[in-house]
Write a protein that binds this ligand. Structure first.
Ligand SMILES: *Cc1c(COP(=O)(O)O)cnc(C)c1O
Length: 395
């Protein structure tokens, strides 16, 4: 096998080439090694490989696989970490990153504004004896108060789902590192294109590859990026024994997604900015939330941290749930669904779907109101999306 190295080259070049492993056939496109196992030349070789596997030696696809390794190497290069481990879904990545790290009695500080399933994983950690403190992620003072000497880790979404609150990665990292805590960031909404999380102090970065990395709403996948010690010494043993491995077929889909990710995400963010500006001040909307708009409470931080407002927008529809549902039901181009990062624009009513499980009090705290809609902006013509939103709202 030959392995293509594109370290030191620009991210767009890395996203196309880095980590490609070519067999003796010299195939151009990445091969899908659709195999769970690998044949050994001898019993001695099998024994030796179970003691220690070389970088291009595999045992079993739950542990590692050449197609999965290509995806891991490419993501690590893009994110600027030493290594990465690919997982079956974004939640397998969040679960793997946190559970592999924590033991009963450990203390974790987390932002309150999180994706519903991330909150579920934190509840599970608490059930197994991990002590959790929750903070308003946008308030550095709350982080400062909650982090204490010996805190094991902090966890947050750099841009929260669905509220689009921005957490100051550099600010929280400084506080966490002073206490010896690791910084674990769910960076899905920021996307690998706009991420500089490592530079800003993050130790472990987690993505749901299901979103912008695939970009076509086809396959589930996830990735944990971090130091070689953490990825191979902590995350991998947990994931390989508990079964969170990604399918080689899905890694292949993600590898193909990565080749166009930069173009897609920048075009989607451009569309999002155009739509947010066009919809701002619409008489049927109480509010348009977009980190790229100057009235977003953390606009400056968003620009500093990501250099973009991203691909997601929130709308607060006047008239609550009934008005929001009526608008959803009139949409013609934008689909009602709950994925995001897809080339197709997708709108979600978080209060009744992705965040349904939360108590009314929690929803209110996180700004998940009955009139809130979350729009994942796709690759359609921005004007068609604006027209669709306007006709759905009744102009
Ligand atoms: C979608 C999502 C996840 C979970 O990813 P899956 O691939 O659906 O398991 C985790 N965090 C955030 C912020 C997400 O948007």
């Amino acid at each position: 096998m030959s392995v293509t190295q594109a370290k030191g080259l620009h991210p767009r070049t890395q996203a196309v080439h880095h980590g490609t492993r070519r067999s003796q056939y010299g195939e151009m496109a990445e091969a899908i090694f659709m195999t769970q196992g690998f044949v050994y030349d001898s019993a001695e070789q099998a024994e030796a490989r179970f003691v220690e596997s070389g970088p291009d030696e595999f045992i079993y696809a739950r542990y590692g696989n050449p197609t999965n390794r290509m995806f891991e190497d490419r993501m690590a290069a893009l994110e600027g970490t030493e290594d990465a481990f690919a997982t079956a879904s974004g939640m397998a990545a969040v679960n793997g990153a946190l559970f592999s790290l924590c033991a009963p009695g450990d203390h974790v500080v987390a932002a309150r504004a999180l994706f519903g399933s991330c909150l579920y994983v934190l509840d599970l950690l608490a059930k197994f004896g991990v002590k959790l403190s929750y903070v308003d992620g946008t308030d550095l003072n709350q982080w400062k108060e909650a982090i204490r000497p010996g805190t094991k880790a902090v966890f947050f979404e750099s841009v929260s789902n669905p509220g689009l609150e921005i957490v100051d990665i550099a600010g929280v990292s400084k506080l966490a590192h002073a206490a010896g805590a690791l910084v674990v960031v769910d960076n899905v909404f920021a996307t690998p294109v706009f991420s500089r999380a490592v530079e800003q102090g993050a130790d472990i970065i987690v993505y749901s590859a299901t979103k912008h990395i695939d970009g076509g709403g086809r396959a589930l996948g996830g990735i944990i990026c971090g130091s070689r010690d953490y990825v191979r010494g902590t995350a991998e043993p947990y994931l390989k024994h508990t079964g969170g491995a990604i399918s080689p077929f899905h890694s292949w889909i993600m590898l193909n997604g990565l080749t166009t990710m930069d173009l897609r995400v920048r075009a989607q963010a451009g569309n999002a900015e155009e739509i947010a500006k066009a919809m701002q001040g619409h008489p049927k909307l109480q509010h348009v939330g977009y980190p790229g708009l100057p009235d977003h409470p953390q606009h400056e931080l968003a620009m500093q941290q990501m250099g973009s407002g991203g691909t997601m927008i929130t709308f607060e529809v006047q008239g609550g749930k009934d008005a929001a549902f009526a608008a959803l039901n009139r949409l013609k181009v934008i689909a009602i669904s709950n994925n995001l990062g897809d080339a197709r624009s997708i709108v979600t009513h978080p209060a009744t779907t992705t965040h349904q499980r939360l108590s009314d009090e929690n929803k209110a705290q996180l700004g998940i109101t009955p009139g809130l809609l979350r729009l994942s902006v796709g690759l359609e013509d921005a004007q068609d999306l604006i027209d669709d939103l306007k006709q759905a709202l009744g102009n």
